[in-house]
Design a protein around this ligand. Structure first.
Ligand code: GLN
Length: 536
């Protein structure tokens, strides 16, 4: 018998960046800890079909799912908090919605009718919102953007209609808003929240719960004022104070009984909540016994959201190692052979980040030479691994012109396109994307970390290790410790004589989860911690 799924719509008001993704994930986690099956959907009102072609400065990291969808970074939070794999069905943009409707119109599927935002676009949105109907107890739907944006209108209308369709007690609205503290007046101001709720009500949405982001405690008077003016029960006006780590947010919500309120509104019989393991994890993030400093070598350093999943994976690995991971940001575009020593001196580990295009490559290679020759733990991810291969070719194989054909086309392209990538001209969705199996060599650092010969990791890249040079690398001491099961694609390289030097063609950060972390990140931080204890 299919279950009746309950729906929770999450909208945001006043301004962007209030942390709707973290709020949605935290609510998901609390309900999961109460014993319900939960999934989260993200609806993005922008016209891009997916964020795959967007600049990281615009959109932050592109998160890739097992089935190869290039998605919003919030899906990463859902996976990390809920320990649940997301898929293409968990994400929709206005671009996808319109694309599908227009394609159908071209095929004549609307039988000569005028195709309109209501009902055709809204029906398509609702169809997507119901992708998991009956498969989960609770389906959380996060609407991107801020209430009042022109492009979010069809999405809000779809929320309103779906709530009506599923009937009383089966859906609820949570609105995340901001209550600013005005220093000169010494007061919290509720007006922006009132306006935001008023805008929502114009679209027929009456929020059941308000999550109020604030820098100072709300106090009873402010909460009752918001409750009265926004037509929400006072206990459902919940303060969402800044937390020192995002992983603490579920615990703050639990303190205000948010999950109890949700269960009541959705008429769900609830079991006891169990947050013990989570609380221990948070405690280790906040008060670890050790500390390491990791050089993070990348070119989007000014916008850390571009590296969201890596930073979270480092946090998880730190907690597991009872270690605070302090980041030293190293801008690869600023590094050269002369200043690399100064830039890296004293770090306990070096992580070279993924990326696209030639800017910063030489700086990355300089950092890798430093890590290799100083025996400092090195972790290269995707482009970071490709740079490690180039570095090894140049300095160990004595091929000074070695490069990736992404940056320079010559006879020494140790990183190159596979024949099937050479003919592709479209930029959207055409890389090697999603999860692929990998075979791990038993006697290797990688195996020591994974404790398994069979792993699956997610990819997002066009270029690959060039097998023409494979034997030369192996003869020169580079270990190929992970390949595709047919042995054709090189997925992991390492240097056995080095303390910990591992480069991976895939993106392990996309599989790191809160509490359990990711084996390679855990091993990397462990190696860094060992080095730091030797240094004192
Ligand atoms: N630019 C490289 C490629 O396309 C690496 C991509 C990445 O680091 N994700 O292969």
């Amino acid at each position: 018998m299919p279950k009746t799924s309950k729906y929770i719509f999450i909208t945001g008001g006043v301004l962007s960046s209030l942390g709707k993704g973290i709020a949605s994930s935290s609510i998901g986690l609390l309900l999961r800890q109460r014993g319900f099956s939960v999934t989260v959907l993200k609806m993005d009102p922008y016209i891009n079909v997916d964020p795959g072609t967007m600049n990281p400065y615009q959109h932050g990291e592109v998160y890739v799912t097992d089935d190869g969808a290039e998605t919003d970074l919030d899906l990463g939070h859902y996976e990390r908090f809920l320990d649940e794999n997301m898929s293409k069905l968990n994400t929709s943009s206005a671009g996808q919605v319109y694309y599908d409707v227009i394609m159908r119109e071209r095929q004549g599927a609307y039988l000569g009718k005028t195709v309109q935002v209501i009902p055709h676009i809204t029906d398509e949105i609702k169809h997507r919102m119901r992708a998991f109907d009956g498969k989960y107890d609770i389906i959380i739907i996060e609407i991107g953007g801020t209430v009042g944006d022109i492009e979010s209108l069809p999405f809000l209308e779809a929320c309103r209609q779906l709530k009506h369709d599923v009937g009383a007690g089966n859906a609820m609205d949570i609105h995340l808003t901001y209550v600013p503290f005005i220093k000169s007046a010494g007061e919290l101001k509720t007006k922006p929240t009132q306006h935001s709720v008023k805008t929502l009500m114009e679209f027929g949405i009456m929020p059941d719960v308000l999550l109020c982001r604030a820098e100072v405690k709300l106090g009873k008077d402010i909460r009752s004022k918001i409750a009265l003016f926004c037509n929400v029960e006072e206990r459902s006006v919940i303060e969402a104070l800044d937390a020192s780590t995002i992983y603490e947010v579920p615990m703050l919500f639990a303190r205000h009984e948010l999950d109890t309120i949700i269960c009541e509104k959705l008429r769900l019989k609830r079991s006891k909540r169990d947050l013990d393991t989570w609380a221990k994890f948070v405690h280790r993030i906040k008060s670890p016994r050790h500390g390491v400093e990791i050089a993070f070598v990348g070119k989007y350093n000014k916008y850390p959201d571009s590296y969201k999943s890596i930073l979270e994976a480092l946090t998880h690995a730190g907690a597991i190692n009872d270690t605070r991971v302090n980041i030293r940001w190293v801008d690869s575009e600023e590094i050269n052979g002369d200043n690399v020593n100064e830039a890296l001196a004293g770090v306990n580990g070096i992580l070279v980040a993924p990326g696209f295009g030639h800017r910063g490559i030489e700086g990355k290679i300089n950092c890798i030479t430093w890590a290799r020759t100083n025996n400092v733990p090195f972790f290269g991810i995707c482009l970071g691994m490709q740079c490690a291969v180039i570095e090894y070719a140049r300095n160990v194989l004595q091929m000074p012109l070695a490069n990736s054909s992404e940056f320079k086309k010559n006879r020494f392209s140790v990183i190159d396109l596979l024949p099937e990538q050479r003919t592709i001209t479209d930029k959207g969705g055409t890389m090697r994307l999603g999860a692929y199996p990998c075979h791990v060599e038993r006697k290797s650092r990688a195996y020591n970390a994974y404790k398994s010969e069979h792993i699956s990791e997610r990819h997002r890249h066009r270029y690959e290790f060039n097998n023409d040079f494979r034997q030369a690398f192996v003869d020169a001491g580079l270990k190929i410790s992970g390949t595709s099961p047919d042995g054709r694609l090189v997925e992991i390289v390492e240097i056995p004589s080095h303390r910990w030097f591992v480069g991976v063609q895939f993106h392990p950060e996309l599989k790191s989860r809160a509490v359990t972390g990711h084996p390679l990140f855990v091993a990397f931080i462990k190696a860094a911690r060992t080095l730091s204890s030797e240094q004192v």
